[in-house]
Design a protein around this ligand. Structure first.
Ligand code: C5P
Length: 223
């Protein structure tokens, strides 16, 4: 049996990707599969934790022994995570959250308007991770974020991850490269775990299960 080093702990994991409705049949979304979040929930369960999984549009089989709350939008994800976080020892935000949502969702299907371009007005969503990190709904709880990044001309994946670690105020930031067949939708992952000062505390590569255990090891060091 795996070590029961999370026994007596309540942990919250968000997984998947939020969808923001444009009208009754369309949404703005992203390519997150929910696999890393599922692996995190399953690993925590295996290690003895009580687990609440807030799952945004995850098409994976339900996890035995994990309390799962299914959500669609960022607002619903925020409500689900915050209510579970009130008595949580740790919150891991593995979900890909939409940064923007349509200002309004049309009540009926948007029609094509001749040859004119369609202009969408988007408003910013709240940053759930930054809120959790600054509020600490339960004192002393460990807050973990994920930074799925691509490199670009100016900065590497790790540079972007470091900046995010410093900006969000979470205790741990799990940085992984996405795009070109990496990260989203794949079964393997390669991550660097940073602390709130953007110092490297661990690296892990391999299956999403391996990465999940590395994240919980890092969380345990903070509990
Ligand atoms: O800024 P970015 O979206 O890349 O940050 C990623 C991290 O922040 C993830 O842990 C994600 O779950 C979280 N996040 C959030 N609320 C948002 C945007 C991202 O909690 N509105």
């Amino acid at each position: 049996a795996p070590p029961q080093d999370l026994a007596g702990r309540h942990v919250v994991v968000s997984a998947g990707g939020t969808r923001e409705p444009l009208d009754p049949v369309r949404y703005l979304g992203n390519r997150s599969s929910g696999r890393q979040g599922h692996a995190l929930a399953q690993a925590a369960r295996r290690r003895g934790a009580r687990v609440t999984l807030v799952a945004a549009n995850v098409g994976l089989p339900a996890l035995e022994g994990v309390e799962t709350v299914a959500v669609e939008t960022t607002e619903q994800l925020r409500d689900g995570v915050r209510s579970a976080a009130k008595d949580a020892d740790a919150v891991v935000m593995a979900a890909a959250v939409a940064d923007y949502r349509p200002e309004a969702s049309a009540t009926s299907k948007i029609k094509k308007s001749g040859d004119d371009p369609l202009v969408l007005r988007l408003v910013q969503n709240p940053d759930i991770l930054a809120e959790l990190a600054s509020e600490r709904l339960r004192p002393g709880q460990v807050i973990v974020g994920f930074a799925a990044e691509t490199g670009d001309d100016g900065a590497s994946v790790l540079d972007h991850g470091r900046a995010k670690a410093l900006r969000k105020g979470a205790d741990l930031m799990v940085v992984n490269a996405v795009g070109e067949g990496r990260g989203f939708g794949t079964t393997d992952n390669e991550v660097t775990i940073l602390d709130r000062d953007a110092e490297i505390v661990a690296t892990a590569s391999g299956s999403k299960d391996t990465v999940a255990d590395a994240v919980w090891d890092a969380v345990l060091a903070h509990l």
